[in-house]
Structure formats: structure tokens, C-alpha cells
Design a protein around this ligand. Structure first.
Ligand code: DHB
Length: 394
């Protein structure tokens, strides 16, 4: 088999790229080691920028987000036991959408089926060969046990935070930037009504908590925990007690409790590999960069990568040739480092590092007060959370 572009990784980044190329008449084969069911049922992020939501609708993926998503015009920062709303709409004229990544994936996978795109889930033993040449190849074993070889002009590594594609860039040709954090998130899914109409990012002396939503009857919440925490030692009662303590305040705010049907410890780090391209292979999304979850940048950043990459690949497959790919990294990386900074900043703003002192806690409260108490501070958060006005990007 031979196609212009093979996409390694069929998560939202890989499938959106395949969709954008498909619309322009370019055939792709996308492959993933995970099954479709596995991807659909792994809880991931929940917030889409307005631009990303518009892209899903306007490029013809699906407009289901308009029916099943929730438009949020702001978020709440809670600290010192008090709520402080950041009004995105008023500050920067934008909103975000609560629409789980699993739904984005389902829409994209359905759109590929509908449009006759080729996606193979559950494949094994992927090998990517000859990326330094103009005829790279991908070999893999399909679910029927057959070994396949796909020839391509370009290969895209959209294979997530444990990418194998990024390792194909030789060590002496790449730089890896990374930062580890001394905490993780304990994430739960609960069958309960919404506790708040928008997301609540809570700073407390007991650590960070985030109240998010999924539907009228299913909620998503997180609280800061030790990276080595084991979910087995956490009963529902202990989880609710922890969450309630972190959002408690003089306004008497209480979370609406219900049965917890999923518990996961999510470790995270900041990571960037440069360059985002080597020869005939480009990296996109988490394969090239991962961010801490605070601020919900990961999926949005991945979708931005593939939007840029789709345009560049179409030019490269047209008259311009491989030189067009030189435009990819400069146009993607500016947002990558802005998002790295924002995710890092939101993380350090709201989490309690082990061994932090009363000074550290009060300094954080000073910074939070500066963020919510000045229009510049609120705007700083709002512009980044909603994905940056295009006019501020080069
Ligand atoms: C969700 C996750 C995030 O990391 C975030 O910042 C906001 C929401 C979520 O899963 O809903």
C-alpha cells in the first residue's frame, strides 16, 4: 500500500489531521496501538477553546458540540475560602466549551468512517523506517495478525505523550526540555448533579482541587495528590472529605456528592522536543510536547499543531515540496511555549508544593489577589485560557 501521508496515532490530533487532509483530497492511513473502545473510554481533558470548537463544526467533523457541549463564558478561582469569577466574555470576548476529549475523539472517528477514511485501531509492533529519505515506510501488524508495510511521502507522529516516533529523531539532532512536578492529580468520575455552572479552580491550604463537569448527571473532579498515591487506599468518603475541605469557604459552598465510579492518579510533566520535524516526519500534539493539565491546554495545542501541519503538508504535497515543511515548527512552536508557560504558571499558582512554608502560601494568595483583583490580571488569565487572540501571535 502507498498513501501520501501515514499518521501514527489516531487520537484527536491524528484524526483531525487525517480529516483536514481528507477534505483537501489527500488520502491518509492512520494507525493506533489502542482499540477504538480503549480511546473512547479513557477519561481525558474536558475544555475546548472556542476556535477549536468552531474548527470541528466548520470543517465538517460534527456540530454535536452545540447540542452536547456546554459553553462557558468564564471560570471561578476560589482561594481564601472565597469565589472569584473571571468573565472571559466580558474581558476578551471569547468563551470555551466543556466538551470531553472522548467526545471529540468519537466525532472524529465517526467522521472518518462517514468520509471513507482509513483508520486501523489495535495494531501492534509499529516500525517507522527511512524518515531521513523522501520515501519513508511504516510497518505494523494488524488485528488479523498480518504484517503490513505502508509506503508514504510523509509520516506524522501523533502518537501521544509516550511517543515512539519522537525517539526516531537521532539524539544528536534533538533537544528535550522537561520539568517534573512533585504532585499529581487524583481524578474521579461521579454520578451526581453539577456542583457549579462553570469550572472551579480551588487553591487551599490543603492543596489544589478542580471541579469540572461532564453532563447533568456525571461530574469530573480532581485534587492534588502525591505522585505515588495509590487509588486503592481512597474510599469514597475519604475522597469527598478531601474535596470538600479544599473548596470549603465562608460562602458555605459544598460539592454535591454521589457514587464515585472511576478513580485515577494522573502524573504529569512539562515536556518539549525540538525540532518538531525530522526529514519526512513531523511530530504533532503530545508526541512533541506535553503540558501539566492545569488550564486545559493539551488538546487545544494539539489541535492547533495539526491545523498548521495540514496546511503545510498540502503545500509540500503540491508544487512546493518538502521545503514547505520548514514553516511548521516556527508557526507551531510559539504557541507551544506560550502554553508551556501558562500551564506551568497555573500549576504553580494553585498547587501546594511539598515543604512549602507559610510564606509560600501567602505569596500565592498575593499573586491570586493580583490576578483576580486587577483587570490586567484577569485579562492575562482570560486571554491564555481561551487560547490567545491571533493578533498577539507572530
Ligand atoms: C478538565 C481538565 C483540566 O485539566 C482542566 O484544566 C479543566 C477541565 C476536565 O477534565 O474537565
Amino acid at each position: 500500500t502507498s498513501v501520501p501521508v501515514v499518521v501514527v496515532g489516531a487520537g484527536p490530533a491524528g484524526l483531525m489531521l487525517a480529516h483536514l487532509l481528507g477534505r483537501a483530497g489527500v488520502e491518509t492511513i492512520a494507525i493506533d496501538t489502542r482499540t477504538r473502545h480503549e480511546i473512547e473510554t479513557t477519561q481525558r481533558a474536558g475544555i475546548l477553546e472556542a476556535d477549536a470548537a468552531r474548527d470541528l463544526i466548520e470543517t465538517g467533523v460534527s456540530d454535536r458540540i452545540l447540542r452536547d457541549g456546554y459553553e462557558h463564558e468564564g471560570v471561578e478561582l476560589r482561594f481564601g475560602g472565597r469565589p472569584h469569577r473571571i468573565n472571559f466574555k466580558e474581558l476578551v470576548g471569547e468563551s470555551v466549551w466543556l466538551y470531553p476529549q472522548t467526545d471529540v475523539f468519537i466525532d472524529l472517528a465517526d467522521a472518518r468512517d462517514r468520509d471513507g477514511g482509513t483508520v486501523h485501531f489495535g495494531i501492534k509492533d509499529t516500525e517507522v523506517l527511512d524518515i531521513a529519505t523522501d520515501s519513508p515506510r511504516v510497518r505494523c501488524t494488524a488485528t488479523d495478525g498480518m504484517r503490513h508495510e505502508i509506503r508514504a511521502r510523509y509520516v506524522v507522529g501523533a502518537d501521544g505523550s509516550r511517543s515512539m516516533c519522537r525517539d526516531l529523531v537521532p539524539e544528536d539532532r534533538r533537544v528535550r526540555y522537561a520539568k517534573e512536578y512533585p504532585f499529581a492529580w487524583f481524578g474521579i468520575m461521579t454520578e451526581a448533579p453539577m456542583s457549579a455552572p462553570e469550572l472551579v479552580y480551588a487553591h487551599s491550604e490543603h492543596g489544589f482541587a478542580l471541579v469540572s463537569q461532564r453532563t447533568e448527571t456525571v461530574q469530573r473532579m480532581y485534587f492534588q495528590c502525591d505522585p505515588d498515591e495509590s487509588v486503592d487506599t481512597w474510599t469514597d468518603d475519604r475522597i469527598w472529605e478531601t474535596l470538600q475541605a479544599r473548596v470549603a469557604g465562608e460562602d458555605g459552598f459544598r460539592l454535591k456528592e454521589g457514587p464515585i465510579f472511576e478513580k485515577t492518579v494522573l502524573r504529569f510533566r512539562s515536556f518539549v522536543q525540538e525540532p518538531m520535524r525530522r526529514g519526512s516526519m513531523a511530530l504533532a500534539g503530545d508526541a512533541a510536547h506535553t503540558v501539566p493539565p492545569t488550564g486545559a491546554r493539551g488538546l487545544n495545542l494539539a489541535l492547533h499543531d495539526v491545523k498548521v501541519l495540514a496546511g503545510v503538508l498540502l503545500r509540500a504535497l503540491g508544487s512546493e515540496g518538502e521545503a514547505a515543511l520548514d514553516d511548521y515548527q516556527p508557526r507551531a512552536l510559539q504557541r507551544v511555549w506560550r502554553a508551556q508557560n501558562f500551564s506551568y504558571w497555573m500549576t504553580q499558582l494553585l498547587h501546594t508544593a511539598p515543604g512549602s512554608t507559610p510564606f509560600d502560601l501567602r505569596r500565592q494568595l498575593g499573586e491570586l489577589d493580583n490576578v483576580v483583583g486587577t483587570r490586567a490580571g484577569r485579562t492575562y488569565l482570560a486571554e491564555q485560557y481561551t487560547g490567545w487572540p491571533t493578533s498577539t501571535l507572530g
